[in-house]
Structures are given as structure tokens and as C-alpha cells.
Design a protein. Sequence first.
Length: 144
Amino acid sequence: MRSKSLVVIALILAFAASVHAQSKGKIYLDPDNSFSAYFSAAIQKKKVPITVTTDPAQADYTATFQGKAKDGSLLKDVLSTLGATSGGNNNSSNEVVMTIVNAKTKDVAFSYTCRKQSQSYDASSALATSVAECLAKHWKDSLK
């Protein structure tokens, strides 16, 4: 009976260690950036081994997002970039640059540019979701 108890305890400890090992740290996403909600959802959907925190002091990483419209201009609000369609033009091509910075050292840990094209007139939400998932997937791949 004692050996069964030891096996059970060993399995529990191994499981706890593997769950802890799966998390690669915490990331702070600026709640004032409207794209952060999309990226947070994408992190969960793509199962990126990271925890999103609302406390920048607890974060191992911070993320910044910069949008660029098809005319080459940089825009402050990523969502306005993703939703930019001009006077009946249904073909919107935009990109978002994501930079992940180590919160302690201030070193760039990861950077990626995602370009997406929307054929729909009013698809800013779908385009934002698609871009966020693209960024999350590529970041996850780099964490392996």
C-alpha cells in the first residue's frame, strides 16, 4: 500500500512540475491599447505558454503594437489601422508590428510583423482577431 502512495505522490509532483514548466512567464498588455484585448484572447486560443497580468510590476514581458496602413503611414491606434477602408475600397491591406520586451533587462525578446488583407468592407474586428492570432502563433513558435 505504501508503494502505491509513493507512486501517486510522484505522479502528482511530476504533473505539478510539468504544469509549472509550461508557463514561460507573465506578460503585461496595456489596457489603454484597444488591440490588447484581441491579443490576450489570441494568446489563450493559440495556447501560448504565458500568463497575462494586469500588473506591470509582476510582468516578465511587455508588448507593444504598431500599426501601418497600406499607404505607409504609421498610426497610433492599431484598430484604426485594421479598420481603415477608404471610400468604397473593399480591399484593405495592413500590417501590425509586435515587439515583446523583457521587462527586467529591457532587451527585445521577440519582434514580428504580421500582414493581413481584408476583402470585406466592415471587417475590422475579424481582421484584428486574425492579426492577433498570427502574432500569438509566431510568438508561441519562438518560445519552444
